[in-house]
Design a protein around this ligand. Structure first.
Ligand SMILES: [Zn+2]
Length: 300
C-alpha cells in the first residue's frame, strides 16, 4: 500500500536532515585515538558518522582496540583494522619492534580485523620493506586475505613499486595517494601494481597544502581527473580526521580532528559531485564496498 502523502512527509521529517540530503559515502581512512576520545567520545563519533551519512568506515584505533569501541556501537558500518601503534612515537619505530609480529598474529587469528594499518613508511625513518617486521606483516596480510593501509612518504615511487611488484597477491590501500606525489608518479605505481588501491584522504586544502588535487573552484585539477578516469575502480576517499597537523602524531595535545569531520568529508563530496554519476558513485561508495566484499550494504 502506498503511504498517504502526509504519512510520508512525517517519515521524512523524522530522518536527520543530512542523512536525507547526502548520498552514502565510504570513509576509508578514519582514526580513533586515545587523545581523540578525550574530545570526542565513541558515541559522539558515531553520531558524527551518521550525520554525514557514512555507510562504511575503515577505522584505525590507537591503541588498536579503540577501533572496536566504535564497531560495538555500529557493527554494520565500522570495519576495524589492526594497528601496531600503542605509544607516542610508534609511527617511527614500529618496524623495529620485534613484538609487533606476535601481536599481529594473535590479533588476526581472532578474525575481528579487516586489515592492517595504518603503517607509516617514511623516508629517513623506516627500514627497507624486506626487514623482518614489515615483510612479516605483509605475509600475515596475504595469509589472512586482508589489505594493508600504507602511508608512504618518499619523493619517488621506488619503495612502494618494489614492494607491490614483489607481492602481486597483496592488497594495498595507499594512503593519501602517496602524500606528496604527483599524478604521474601515482600512475606509475597503479599501472604496474593491480593490487594497489589509492585513497585521497587528507589531500584537502588543509593538509598536504603544497600538493593539492583540486583548484580554487573545488574541482579536481585536470591531471588528477585524468588519473582517476584511468583507474575509476581503484580510487577511494577518506576523512583522516586528525587535527591539528603541524606535526605527525602530536600525542601530547588533544586531537580535535573529529570536530572537523564534516569539513574533511565535505571537501571530497564537493569534487565528487562534478564527476559523471557512475564514476562518482564508485569513488564515493561502491569501490570500497567491493574491496571489502560488502556489496550487500544497501545504499541508505
Ligand atoms: Zn592516517
Amino acid at each position: 500500500m502506498r503511504p498517504a502523502p502526509r504519512a510520508l512527509l512525517l517519515l521524512l521529517l523524522c530522518l536527520p536532515l543530512p542523512a536525507r540530503a547526502l548520498p552514502p559515502l565510504a570513509d576509508i581512512h578514519v582514526h580513533f585515538k586515545w587523545n581523540q576520545e578525550e574530545v570526542t567520545p565513541a558515541g559522539e563519533a558515531i553520531r558524527i558518522l551518521l550525520a554525514n551519512n557514512i555507510a562504511l568506515a575503515l577505522v584505525i584505533g590507537t591503541p588498536a582496540e579503540h577501533a572496536l569501541k566504535l564497531q560495538q556501537l555500529a557493527p554494520q558500518r565500522i570495519l576495524p583494522i589492526w594497528s601496531p601503534y600503542r605509544e607516542p612515537g610508534d609511527w617511527s619505530t614500529w618496524a623495529f619492534d620485534k613484538s609487533v609480529l606476535e601481536r599481529a598474529r594473535h590479533a588476526l587469528a581472532s578474525g575481528r580485523w579487516y586489515g592492517i594499518g595504518e603503517l607509516h613508511l617514511i623516508s629517513g625513518f623506516t627500514p627497507a620493506w624486506e626487514t623482518p617486521v614489515i615483510s612479516g606483516l605483509i605475509e600475515l596480510a596475504i595469509e589472512h586475505a586482508v589489505p594493508v593501509l600504507l602511508h608512504t612518504e618518499y619523493s619517488e615511487t621506488r619503495h612502494l613499486g618494489a614492494l607491490c611488484r614483489s607481492h602481486p597477491e597483496l592488497k594495498i590501500i595507499w594512503a593519501h595517494a602517496g602524500a606528496v606525489l604527483t599524478p604521474g608518479q601515482v600512475a606509475e605505481v597503479m599501472g604496474s601494481c593491480p593490487g594497489v588501491w589509492t585513497e585521497l584522504s587528507a589531500r584537502d586544502p588543509w593538509r598536504y597544502v603544497n600538493n593539492p588535487i583540486t583548484g580554487g573552484d573545488g574541482r579536481l585539477l585536470p591531471e588528477w581527473r585524468q588519473l582517476l578516469e584511468s583507474y575509476p575502480d581503484r580510487f577511494l576517499v577518506g576523512s583522516d580526521p586528525v587535527w591539528p597537523v603541524e606535526r605527525l602524531d602530536s600525542w601530547d595535545q588533544a586531537d580535535t580532528g573529529w570536530q572537523q569531520y564534516g569539513r574533511f568529508v565535505g571537501f571530497h563530496r564537493a569534487w565528487l559531485k562534478a564527476l559523471p554519476p557512475e564514476m562518482e558513485e564508485k569513488l564515493r561508495l561502491t569501490n570500497a564496498l567491493r574491496l571489502f566484499g560488502k556489496e550487500a550494504i544497501t545504499q541508505q
